[in-house]
Design a protein around this ligand. Structure first.
Ligand SMILES: Cc1cc2nc3c(=O)[nH]c(=O)nc-3n(C[C@H](O)[C@H](O)[C@H](O)COP(=O)(O)OP(=O)(O)OC[C@H]3O[C@@H](n4cnc5c(N)ncnc54)[C@H](O)[C@@H]3O)c2cc1C
Length: 440
């Protein structure tokens, strides 16, 4: 079933700066690079390719930012989920070192683009806090991440139980410690997607909305992307549809869609916090993510609302009643807050890969695909877009700051919903047990 192309009823849709005037496809077109998907990945690739002098057309089924890029938590986080030392161990000193440096600088890129193009997206470099829900995640995840980035010159701050509680305005029983990473921050995610689109257009890219690609074929002259009755001819195609790869066409290229499992994440926003709560809840304005497998992520927005996100079995079109688990999480973390209504509720899809790493593939000559941010993509996808642009502009794959890999498919992909449900139950149990061990 083709999804609705209207934006979801989210806080971000209600408060974003207006979109620029996108183009409509009315006749066949030709360009150097056609990009399918107008999220951060596709828009950043378009921006960087246009800057490099290539002619670029972005084909977006709905409107730029309709997918995860206009629905996420807006937390700008530097680095991949894998820790730097693990990347070096897996990819070696040379490539692993380039991956760490490039992804570590991903948040710098976001804030630099926002400033350079004057994007109206309430970006603030307030830092990112990762908080530990128990002793095991503190020891195995938070402490090594803190140490490894600190050793690379990042001014990371280690926080104990009381310091986390003071930084979040939370109950000391909620988290036993954490760190603050000064590279991160927050922004209005849909505003940022629109800002990237406007910047790409300013550099000469064409962005088509309401333009779902239904297929693509390659002949001697290059690629042809079908959009309705029209076609876009291009020497190269960048596939940037990520978690929404099967939303508008069941399979755009072979079985690439089987390399990811789309998982739903749910968010709610309270009304603007008033009085003492306005000053006590995350007074520094950081983005906050905890260490649970089914993680909670939260922040204040530019209107003073508390935005809380987490895993949910609800897929599309949630109701305010579906926010009950997130309201319970708010009550647990911020027991001093009066009960908060869910003024906005919305969902989005995160693409999970088998190894939990984002992947660049080149499944055919002139076809570049990117899939699988695994829930971390505001900064990472912006940086990936720039890397895809380098690849499309002719940089050899071996010289990139990220590997080009062979697609790694999930077996039993058809049973993914059952698998996600079973794994969620198991993770929830582990998270609870670990949190119980950290109770003050
Ligand atoms: C609820 C939620 C919260 C998140 N919170 C954070 C966070 O706080 N911080 C963080 O770093 N990351 C977060 N993420 C992850 C981040 O949002 C994503 O990694 C990132 O937005 C992915 O960008 P993308 O461009 O690759 O994909 P998307 O933004 O999903 O873009 C893909 C686009 O492809 C289009 N498309 C699909 N099929 C076609 C077709 N056939 N033809 C044309 N167009 C098509 C879709 O319409 C869509 O717009 C979150 C994700 C979700 C879902």
């Amino acid at each position: 079933m083709t999804p609705e192309t209207a934006l979801p009823d989210s806080l971000w849709a209600a408060t974003a700066a207006p979109a620029p005037a996108y183009a409509r496809l009315r006749s066949d077109l030709a360009c150097d690079v056609a990009i399918i998907g107008g999220g951060y990945t596709g828009l950043s690739a378009a921006l960087h390719l246009a800057r490099a002098g290539r002619s670029v057309i972005v084909v977006e089924a709905a409107e730029p930012g309709w997918g995860a890029s206009g629905r996420n938590g807006g937390q700008v986080i530097a680095g991949l989920k894998a820790n730097p030392d693990d990347l070096l161990a897996e990819f070696g000193e040379a490539l692993g070192g380039r991956m760490v440096a490039r992804m570590g600088a991903a948040a710098d890129l976001v804030f630099a683009l926002v400033e350079h193009y004057g994007m109206d997206c309430h970006a603030r470099r307030t830092g990112w806090i990762q908080a530990a829900h128990g002793p095991k995640p503190l020891r195995d995840l938070i402490a090594p991440r803190y140490r490894q980035w600190k050793a690379r010159g990042v001014a990371m701050e280690l926080l104990d139980r009381q310091q986390v509680a003071a930084a979040l305005g939370s109950d000391p029983s909620a988290y036993i410690g954490g760190f603050r990473d000064p590279r991160g921050g927050v922004l209005q995610p849909l505003g940022y997607a629109r800002g990237l689109a406007a910047a790409a257009m300013r550099e000469g890219a064409t962005i088509l909305h309401n333009a779902p690609a239904s297929g693509m074929v390659r002949d001697k002259a290059g690629w042809s992307v079908a959009v309705g009755a029209q076609a876009i001819r291009a020497a190269q195609v960048v596939l940037a549809t990520n978690a929404y790869s099967s939303a508008f066409a069941p399979r755009l290229w072979s079985d690439l869609h089987r390399t990811i499992i789309p998982v739903t994440s749910f968010q709610m926003a309270t009304p603007p916090l008033a009085g003492a709560a306005d000053h006590s809840v995350i007074p520094g304005g950081e983005g906050v993510t905890d260490s649970r497998r089914l993680l909670l992520y939260f922040r204040r927005d530019h209107t003073g609302r508390l935005v809380m996100g987490g895993r949910s079995p609800v897929e599309d079109r949630p109701s305010a009643a579906d926010a009950a688990p997130l309201q319970a999480a708010i009550a647990r973390v911020f027991p001093a807050l009066p009960a908060q209504p869910a003024e906005f509720v919305w969902t989005g899809k995160v693409a999970i890969t088998r190894d939990k790493m984002p992947h660049i593939h080149m499944p055919a000559p002139g076809l570049i695909a990117f899939l699988g941010c695994n829930g971390r993509g505001v900064a990472v996808c912006t940086a990936m877009g720039a890397i895809l642009a380098e690849l499309a502009a002719g940089k050899p794959a071996a010289e990139l700051d990220y590997p080009v890999t062979a697609p790694d498919h999930f077996t039993l992909h058809g049973f993914r919903k059952l698998g996600v449900f079973a794994l969620s139950q198991y993770y929830q149990l582990l998270d609870r047990l670990e949190a119980r061990m950290g109770a003050a």
